[in-house]
Ligand binder design. Structure first.
Ligand code: ZN
Length: 237
C-alpha cells in the first residue's frame, strides 16, 4: 500500500479534521475544528510544532478539549509539552482532558505537572475520566466515546493485556467523524463507523492474520466502506 502523505485534511462546512501524522510507535497528532472550537486528539510528539504551523497563538490558547484514545507513547507523548507550553504562553481558559478510565499515563502526567508547577498554573486543567459510552457535548459538538479492543505485550513479550482504550465519534451540524484510535476489529467500531461522513481507521497490523491489537488492511477497509469516506492511518511505514 502507498504510504500516507501527512497531513491528511478533511472538511465539510465548518467542521474539519487535520491529521498531522499517525505513525505507529512514533507519533499521532490530530486537530478537530468545529467553527471556532478547537480540539486536539491524541497529542503525540511534535504536536507543538504542528499546532504552531497551523494555528495563530490565540487559537492555540483557546483549545478547549483534548481527547485521548489510550496511553501509548505515540498517542500521549506530547501531553507534557502541550500543558507546559500553554502555561508558559499564559493560557487563561480551562482545558478539559478526556481520557479512558484506567489510563494511568494521563493521571500521572497531570499529577507531575501539578507538583512541578504548583501555584503557578495560569489555567484550569479538568481531567474527565470516561467510563462507558455516554455521549456528552462540548462547544456545540456531540462526542460519543466507545470502547475498542487494543492489547499490549507485557515484559515477557508473550502475555498480553487490554489497555484502557476508546474511539470517539464527533458530531457537529449533523456531520459525523468517527476516529477509532488504535484497535483491533470490534463491533463497537463497526457500529460507529457505519454511515459516518468520515471514518479514520487504523490499519496497523501488517499481517493478514487478525490479532487483538490492530486491524489488518482488509479489516480496516471493510469497515471504511461502510462510511461515506474513510482514511486509513497508523499504517506501518
Ligand atoms: Zn497503541
Amino acid at each position: 500500500m502507498k504510504k500516507n502523505k501527512y497531513p491528511i485534511v478533511w472538511s465539510k462546512k465548518n467542521f474539519s479534521i487535520k491529521i498531522f501524522c499517525s505513525i505507529p510507535n512514533i507519533a499521532t497528532g490530530i486537530l478537530v475544528k468545529a467553527d471556532k472550537a478547537h480540539f486536539v486528539v491524541d497529542p503525540g510528539d511534535g504536536i507543538l510544532r504542528d499546532l504552531n504551523k497551523e494555528l495563530k497563538i490565540n487559537d492555540i490558547l483557546n483549545i478547549s478539549d483534548v481527547f485521548i484514545t489510550h496511553g501509548h507513547h505515540d498517542h500521549v507523548g506530547g501531553v507534557w509539552s502541550l500543558l507546559t507550553y500553554l502555561r508558559v504562553m499564559n493560557k487563561e481558559t480551562p482545558l478539559v482532558v478526556h481520557y479512558p478510565k484506567g489510563c494511568l499515563e494521563i493521571v500521572h502526567i497531570h499529577n507531575a505537572f501539578n507538583r512541578v508547577y504548583s501555584g503557578n498554573i495560569t489555567y484550569d486543567i479538568i481531567l474527565k475520566e470516561i467510563d462507558g459510552d455516554r455521549q456528552f457535548n462540548s462547544k456545540k459538538v456531540t462526542i460519543i466515546p466507545f470502547p475498542v479492543v487494543h492489547k499490549e505485550y507485557l515484559s515477557d513479550k508473550k502475555t498480553t493485556r487490554q489497555v484502557p482504550a476508546l474511539g470517539y465519534k464527533f458530531i457537529y451540524d449533523n456531520i459525523k467523524i468517527c476516529y477509532g484510535g488504535d484497535t483491533a476489529y470490534c463491533d463497537d467500531l463497526v457500529k460507529h463507523a457505519k454511515n459516518s461522513d468520515l471514518a479514520i481507521l487504523e490499519a496497523g497490523h501488517d499481517d493478514d492474520t487478525p490479532d487483538d491489537m490492530h486491524m489488518t488492511l482488509s479489516e480496516a477497509k471493510s469497515i471504511g466502506k461502510s462510511a461515506k469516506e474513510y482514511y486509513l492511518v497508523h499504517v506501518p511505514e
